[in-house]
Design a protein around this ligand. Structure first.
Ligand SMILES: Cc1cc2nc3c(=O)[nH]c(=O)nc-3n(C[C@H](O)[C@H](O)[C@H](O)COP(=O)(O)O)c2cc1C
Length: 330
């Protein structure tokens, strides 16, 4: 039974920390699974983890660890607190197995979030924790030319608490953010960020949009292979709308879940081919339309080093992480 699928999606989203706490309550602290993996100098409990945006309040790290996450991502966080965009920000379609969101990084800001992350780490004191990725973005009123300052601030702020940083330039819900995929804007943006993360020896992972055309995408990935980026996350939500959808979603905002599956697979395979060609050791993290344990494991075969889930955890349920790690193909 998945009662959260039968209440309005935004209410369900806001209640999720409580639901997760109750689901995790009697579960023991996880042992590292057999599928343990070391990447970017981090020990992953399994290759399957939670995606950005799932825990925007830093309240569910403990629950996700107990529910079998091999690694956990929190955020996107911005320097100053900010509210969600006005109007409807979350829709769901059971028939399409899809979520649509136009949230725009609602979060409590670095200063408030760090207290919760420190409390989580302290409470888990002697236990080994799944790696924690902290996803950083810019405030909506930060000028794009100064965007790097918000990310650098995030790296300094979370330097002791994050195991890796996700540099999010791919949300469709922060005006002009995706323009940072353009080479002339990207280089001056990313250089100070990589300098900051490399100076504290923490991996920086870049999270990309699925909506670049193939030639643009390939050029961008090739450019990334020349930079000291530890990993690339593919992909954020899409602003493309397939004709086969049952539900009509607004044109703005981003779509995730099943309508994103084939696009996310395509981007993963393109990127894997380029990284192999360039002899790059950068990690690839696949996310987008992973709805079943079989699909999660298929991403590894397609060339992903790690796999993340958001929509699948809503439609299949929170056991998707554990079931993916225990999955045996026949
Ligand atoms: C409601 C919602 C909020 C999201 N918020 C963020 C976010 O704050 N930062 C981010 O990097 N990605 C965010 N995402 C994108 C997810 O991390 C993921 O890239 C996308 O949903 C595709 O994966 P999925 O098909 O498994 O959902 C969000 C997705 C949804 C559905």
């Amino acid at each position: 039974m998945k009662p959260w699928l039968y209440i309005p999606p935004k209410i369900s989203h806001d209640l999720s920390p409580y639901v997760l706490k109750s689901l995790a309550l009697f579960k023991p602290w996880p042992k590292e699974l057999k599928s343990k993996k070391t990447l970017m100098s981090l020990d992953f409990f399994s290759p399957f983890g939670t995606a950005g945006g799932l825990d925007k309040t830093a309240e569910s790290m403990h629950s996700w660890a107990k529910l079998g996450a091999g690694f956990i991502e929190i955020g996107t966080f911005t320097p100053k607190p900010q509210k969600a965009n006005p109007g409807t920000v979350l829709l769901r379609s059971l028939k399409d197995q899809a979520l649509w969101n136009a949230m725009g990084f609602p979060n409590a800001g670095f200063k408030n979030v760090i207290k919760k992350v420190e409390a989580y780490k302290k409470a888990s004191n002697l236990k080994k924790l799944p790696p924690l990725f902290i996803n950083v973005g810019k405030n909506r009123d930060t000028d794009l030319k100064k965007a790097h300052l918000d990310y650098v601030k995030g790296i300094h702020f979370f330097s002791k608490t994050a195991d890796a940083f996700v540099i999010n330039i791919s949300s469709p819900n922060t005006k002009d953010l995706r323009l940072l995929h353009e080479k002339d804007r990207f280089i001056p943006f990313i250089e100070p960020i990589l300098e900051a993360s490399n100076s504290i020896n923490k991996p920086a992972i870049l999270k990309l949009s699925p909506d670049l055309e193939k030639s643009e995408f390939d050029t961008f990935i090739r450019l990334c292979t020349k930079l000291p980026i530890a990993g690339i996350t593919l992909t954020n939500t899409t602003n493309q709308r397939s004709k086969n959808l049952y539900k009509t979603f607004p044109n703005h905002g981003g779509l995730s879940g099943t309508p994103l599956t084939s696009l996310a697979c395509e981007k993963l395979q393109d990127a894997r081919a380029i990284l192999n060609e360039e002899g790059s050791k950068q990690s690839l993290i696949s996310v987008g339309g992973v709805m079943t344990p079989a699909q999660a494991n298929k991403r590894l075969k397609m060339g992903a080093d790690l796999v993340q889930m958001y929509s699948g955890l809503i439609f299949y349920g929170p056991n998707l992480l554990k079931d993916s790690a225990n999955f045996k193909s026949h």
